[in-house]
Design a protein around this ligand. Sequence first.
Ligand SMILES: *Cc1c(COP(=O)(O)O)cnc(C)c1O
Length: 418
Amino acid sequence: MTTHITRDACVARDERDPLRPLRKRFDLPPGVIYLDGNSLGARPKAALARAQDVVAREWGHDLIKSWNTAGWFDMPKRLGNRLAPLIGARDGEVVVTDTTSLNLFKALAAALHLQAGGPGAGRRTIVTERSNFPTDIYMAEGLAQWLQQGYRVRLVDSVEEIPAAVDADCAVLMLTHVNYRTGYQHDMASLTRHAHASGALAVWDLAHSAGAVPLDLHAAEADFAVGCTYKYLNGGPGAPAFIWVPQRHQAAFAHPLTGWWSHAKPFAMSHGFAACEGIGRALCGTQPVVSLALVECGLEVFEATTMAAIREKSLALTDLFIELVEATCAGHPLGLVTPREHARRGSQASFTHPHGYAVMQALIARGVIGDYREPEIMRFGFTPLYTSFADVWDAVAILKDILDRGAFDAALERSAVT
Ligand SMILES: *Cc1c(COP(=O)(O)O)cnc(C)c1O
């Protein structure tokens, strides 16, 4: 089967695209169609000069003075305030720090602590999905076991099972808003409402949502949230993650990682821990300053547009990709696992293929970079800041060519990172 959509029509669409000028703010190698910004965002051009400045001037010349003079010490909070509008948070509610895994541990520990000190005492279950990103489940199970008070993680196998699983024993409903494999997007407001009605707290992981879909944590009345900066926020490889603690929970926010950065007077070097006021409670220890500084270059780009504009183009890109794949690759064993319904879709499109890994490696060899997740899933992320409609057309043309010619090695061994 073929399609009536031409490459020229895609080029014309790019010319009308209000986000088109932002592509120039990223450095992508020539000949590459990058559809993996959901896993590692592309490099904002500004990041190179920023890294140079942090290393050469702030560190090299100003040395330790830079903790004060270059604002290193305040950076987790300053960047948190800059990120806040993207997720519907307020000033003083977000810090950029640590990893998503660690921040989730802190948020879960704080949520269990809140429950233990109130009417939720006695509740022992953390409910999440079996299809959640494994580290989220590992961290929850690790915490539950270490507490040795009968806490346990309950895994559900479908979205439909969630409401019933949030029962009288459920302390926390912990969900990832957009599923990393399928791109399924939960209804955050309604699930949070359900959790609260059942006496549970709702902790959200925004790893595949922040910078990808519009978010309003306050409108949803979420309790805690965490997320990545190296995916859609383009913060750089291994860039620190973020954690959101709304003002209403800050006074009671407590977790076991009581490092000196969350102390009321870190440089008093006193004996005994005394937590500071506010969002600083979510910090632990010293941060990787060079990496943290680069997060700002990614956030700056978002200030030139709105999440509404990003969402509109994101849906147009994923719609186009799905339509072109289904029309031009119809004879091949591809299965769409991403929801067609806009409200349930993140900013990616995933297709299964019995030789998904090998097909993805063939795509990458031809400059179309997506990735592969078990089982059989080829994942394509769409990042409206730097992906064009012509990119989508070209990527599908290459996919069709590879499939039509069977130009992939089905026996290929997996690399360490897929
Ligand atoms: C990417 C991702 C993570 C990554 O966690 P790190 O601690 O930064 O390695 C965690 N959870 C989800 C849902 C993710 O998508």
